[in-house]
Ligand binder design. Structure first.
Ligand SMILES: Nc1nc2c(c(=O)[nH]1)N=C([C@H](O)[C@H](O)COP(=O)(O)OP(=O)(O)OP(=O)(O)O)CN2
Ligand SMILES: [Zn+2]
Length: 129
């Protein structure tokens, strides 16, 4: 195999997984979720970009973790989501996570959030598909 040219700035995607536990109630829902209850949320933050030939990275995993800890987890873990969002559905939480992270994470391209183990939402930003 020919040597790989790592200076040619290939595009890649990076995903980091996070967890938090929180309480919520859905004030416009007819059913049990109207009442206060809790979930162990799981979400993935994805960045897309060129691999920097100097570092060999799109972004440092550790920097992504620090930013998400400071701007998201510190505000939602072991808290009541209704104190942060008026109607904390999975869709609205994913949108909120995007809005909070977007100024700090260049290349942010997707938030995937699981409210329960078998159900998730995916947000790719304004105009995203
Ligand atoms: N599109 C969405 N649908 C639902 C959301 C949501 O955020 N977006 N949220 C809920 C509730 O928060 C609920 O807690 C999760 O609901 P449910 O489907 O009832 O899941 P459970 O595992 O708690 O219950 P099972 O009855 O055991 O499946 C509802 N829908
Ligand atoms: Zn719920």
């Amino acid at each position: 195999m020919a040597p790989i040219d790592y200076t040619d700035r290939r595009r890649m995607r990076l995903d980091v997984e996070f967890y938090f536990a929180a309480a919520h109630r859905l004030p416009r829902y007819e059913g049990p979720c109207f009442r206060m209850h809790g979930h162990n949320y799981r979400f993935f933050v994805a960045l897309e970009g060129e691999v920097d030939p100097a570092t060999g990275m799109i972004a440092d995993f550790g920097d992504v973790k620090r930013i998400v800890q400071e701007h998201v987890l510190a505000r939602v873990d072991h808290r009541t989501l209704n104190d942060v969002l008026d109607n904390p559905t999975a869709e609205n939480i994913a949108r909120w996570v995007w809005e909070v992270l977007e100024p700090h994470l260049p290349g942010l391209c997707e938030i995937r959030l699981y409210e329960i183990p078998d159900s998730c939402v995916t947000y790719r930003g304004p105009g995203g598909r």
